[in-house]
Each structure stands twice: as C-alpha cells, then as structure tokens.
Design a protein around this ligand. Structure first.
Ligand code: SF4
Length: 178
C-alpha cells in the first residue's frame, strides 16, 4: 500500500507531526512522543516553607486546579515526584534537607522557585544571617516566579513554561545508531 499524501504541521504537543493517507498513518519523533507524555504528567513535590505556600495550595484547589495541566497530584515524597515547587525562603538549616530531597527525585527532575523568598532570599529577610539568598544556591532552578506572593495564575504560567522546556529536551541524542 503506497502512501498517497503527506501533511506536515506543528502543534503545541508535538513539534513535528506528519500525517499520511488521510490521517490513518501518523509519524512523529520519539523525543517528541516521550516529551509529550512527560510534560503532561509532572507530579510536584511541595516544599512550602512560608506564606507563598498558601498561594501554591490555592493553585491546586478547585478554582485554579493545576491538575488540568497534568500536574495532577502533589506528592509528599520525592520518590513519587518529578519536580519541586519551592514556595518560601530557605534558611541555612533547611538547605541540606532541600538538597537531599532533590537528590532523591529520579531524573529527569525540575525545580520551580515560587516567590521572591525562593528566588532571591525575599523582600523582608534578605539581610538575615540565616537566609539563603535564593534556592539556586542549593539546587538548580528551572523556572523563577517573581512576586510576593505570586498569584496562582503566575504559578500556572510557570507550569506552562516548564512544559515548553520539557518538550524541547533531547532524550535519545547519541543513543540511536543509524
Ligand atoms: S515572597 Fe512574600 S509571600 Fe512569598 S514567602 Fe516570601 S514574604 Fe511570604
């Protein structure tokens, strides 16, 4: 059976999608398929240390409902999570705990720093001897969400940005031999 027609287009989900034979055959890249699955099932480990955590909880509640974007169920264990939402400041006593939690998440893993405290130490405690001047002094951060506190819409926007980042990843580079 020959392939009579070829239709090529881009969607938000798949960077490259090719349709043949009136849609009965669809080709895409393996990377795109894996990234599509990963980006739509990112389970967050919540790490709320201060008032921003209230906005994070509001983002997961029914009015905003981050499950709509595949962030689904927030987990209380790093072993069932794909990313951390840090909402609140990190003090030096807490920093090794955050590092250990991050290390326990399986790769690939991601980090969102939510609010001025997580981004840079915060507007109120920045000069405190006990406060780390941003979560990225402890673990790598993928997305920064400014604000004090950021609204749930800002966190939802961060989720969408993280999904875009995941969709650009190369999972099989150098692994598949021609
Ligand atoms: S950024 Fe503002 S709202 Fe968020 S944890 Fe810091 S002080 Fe609280």
């Amino acid at each position: 059976m020959g392939i009579s027609s070829k239709k090529e287009f881009e969607t938000n989900d798949f960077p490259i999608l090719e349709q043949y034979g009136g849609g009965s055959i669809i080709l895409t890249q393996l990377d795109a398929l894996v990234n599509w699955a990963r980006s739509n099932s990112v389970w967050p480990l919540t790490f709320g240390t201060r008032c921003c955590a209230i906005e994070m909880m509001a983002t997961g509640a029914s009015r905003h409902d981050f499950a709509r974007f595949g962030y689904e169920v927030a987990r209380a264990t790093p072993r069932q999570a794909d990313m951390i939402i840090i909402s609140g400041s990190i003090n030096y006593k807490m920093a090794p705990v955050l590092k250990r939690l991050y290390d326990q998440i399986a790769d690939p893993k991601y980090v969102i720093a939510m609010g001025a405290c997580a981004v840079s130490g915060g507007p109120f405690y920045y000069n405190s001897y006990s406060i780390v001047k941003g979560a990225d002094h402890v673990i790598p951060v993928d997305i920064y969400v400014p604000g004090c506190p950021p609204r749930p819409e800002a966190l939802l926007f961060a989720f969408l940005q993280l999904q875009k980042k995941i969709k650009r990843e190369k999972n099989f580079k150098g692994m598949i031999k021609k």
